[in-house]
Design a binder for this molecule. Structure first.
Ligand SMILES: [Zn+2]
Length: 451
């Protein structure tokens, strides 16, 4: 009797265990199914991150990160090898490619690039960066081109001139997937954008160097970052888009040191290069430009922007390498069309880009900008008087700010991005400016705070 009861209890337990195992398998299958997506990751070392996971990630030890990087680098090299073979095999397929259009949209002092192509009777739309926060030109441009859905939106980094209209885009278009670097910003623009992504049905990824994705017949190789440093510009997502035998590289606002890191990770050749950081001299390292070896370079910048973009040394570097140069400030929206073998460029406006000035005339440039400033503040002559004796950190030009001790080109850009400042002490919000440097700035006496 006793034995029989144990046998029955044992059998019931066994059935329970079996049922729970099968239940889990079924759940997994369901999860996998919902995770299926148009965007196919053809790479193994992809990070399946979600916004909510950021904190967990941050807690990972440095040692682990280093190991991952080494692994990534090794994987990249392996991939490059198989990629080259694949490319050969793809050549036969290239004949069938329809035209791809890359629209470098004129969005003022900001970035927004639309890739559009057809594959298998379907139209694919990919947006790289979402323009400035205080405009709606990206949204309007997409609507004017009868676009209602975007397969993928990539935000290079969370500054307001790149993530600007993401919230409106998430609300007004059907978005399949969003990629971000994983860095966050304190701005309301970023907060609104992050909420809009979380509230949408879009998948979310934080891609890392070495990841390779296929979207229809377009291949996206992630060139940067391999891990986050916390510097928003420095960690810009950088992508090599290849379509048949033609490649485009976009690097957001990544700096020269980041460009050199990309070169060291693998192949960066491309036919079209978007100049990093709106043509700023923080970017477009001469060795990087040589390695990319583009036939066309494009920068996105607003006419007469306060940063002086594109910087003349960058324009010279590009033109000295006989690269055709286009800029949205001069040409308006620039559309590059390719069939996978050749390129055509169409611009909204005609124009030529020439270095604005060289050495000696640079001084007259900054003089004229000072004169402009005086004329605009003429209404309050007292104000003009007080600010003319010092460099107003809230209104001085990019060149003027660099006369302040410890402020070089990169920090001048950060400073303009972070305006307004309440006090000189408030300059500690700039990466690399601590209390000791604040003391130096105060002792120098050049910097002051205006409205
Ligand atoms: Zn920018």
């Amino acid at each position: 009797m006793q034995k029989k009861r144990y046998w029955i209890i044992g059998t019931i337990l066994f059935i329970f265990i079996l049922a729970s195992i099968f239940g889990e398998v079924e759940n997994d299958a369901a999860n996998n199914h919902t995770n299926e997506n148009n965007i196919e990751n053809v790479e193994e070392n992809n990070n399946d991150n979600e916004l909510e996971n950021n904190e967990e990630e941050d807690n990972e030890s440095q040692q682990e990160e280093d190991n991952n990087n080494n692994e990534n680098d090794a994987n990249n090299k392996e991939n490059q090898a198989t990629k080259d073979e694949d490319r050969e095999m793809d050549k036969a397929k290239d004949d069938k490619l329809t035209n791809l259009e890359a629209h470098f949209i004129d969005v003022g002092q900001a970035d927004a690039t639309l890739f559009q192509f057809q594959d298998g009777g379907e139209t694919y739309n990919i947006l790289f960066d979402a323009g400035d926060w205080n405009r709606n030109d990206v949204v309007n441009y997409l609507k004017a081109h009868s676009i209602s859905s975007l397969d993928l939106v990539i935000i290079s980094h969370p500054h307001a001139d790149h993530i600007g209209q993401l919230d409106s885009i998430m609300e007004q278009f059907s978005v399949g997937e969003v990629w971000m670097s994983g860095n966050s910003a304190t701005s309301q623009t970023f907060q609104r954008a992050a909420e809009a992504v979380l509230n949408s049905d879009a998948s979310y990824e934080e891609p890392r160097a070495g990841d390779v994705y296929d979207v229809g017949s377009l291949t996206l190789e992630v060139l940067h970052p391999s891990s986050l440093t916390g510097g928003l510009n420095e960690d810009s997502i950088s992508i090599r888009f290849s379509y048949g035998n033609i490649a485009f590289i976009l690097t957001g606002d990544a700096y020269k040191e980041n460009e050199r890191a990309m070169m060291n990770r693998g192949d960066v050749q491309a036919d079209v290069l978007q100049l990093g950081h709106h043509g700023s001299n923080t970017s477009t390292d001469a060795s990087f430009l040589k390695a990319v070896n583009p036939s066309i370079a494009i920068y996105s910048a607003g006419a007469n922007n306060s940063y002086g973009h594109p910087h003349e040394e960058v324009v010279s570097t590009v033109q000295n390498q006989s690269v055709e140069l286009y800029g949205t400030d001069v040409h308006g929206t620039i559309v590059v069309t390719t069939d996978g073998n050749s390129l055509k460029v169409a611009t909204q406006q005609d124009g030529t880009i020439s270095p604005k000035s060289t050495g000696s005339s640079q001084k007259s440039n900054s003089k004229s900008s000072a004169a402009n400033k005086q004329s605009t503040t003429n209404s309050s002559s007292e104000n003009t008087q007080t600010t003319s004796n010092c460099i107003d950190i809230n209104s001085a030009s990019y060149d003027e700010i660099q006369e302040i001790i410890h402020i070089g080109p990169a920090r001048a850009e950060d400073l303009i991005d972070l305006r307004p400042f309440k006090s000189i002490d408030d300059l500690t919000r700039i990466n690399g400016i601590g209390p000791a440097r604040i003391d130096d700035i105060k002792a120098e006496g050049k910097a002051c705070v205006g409205g």
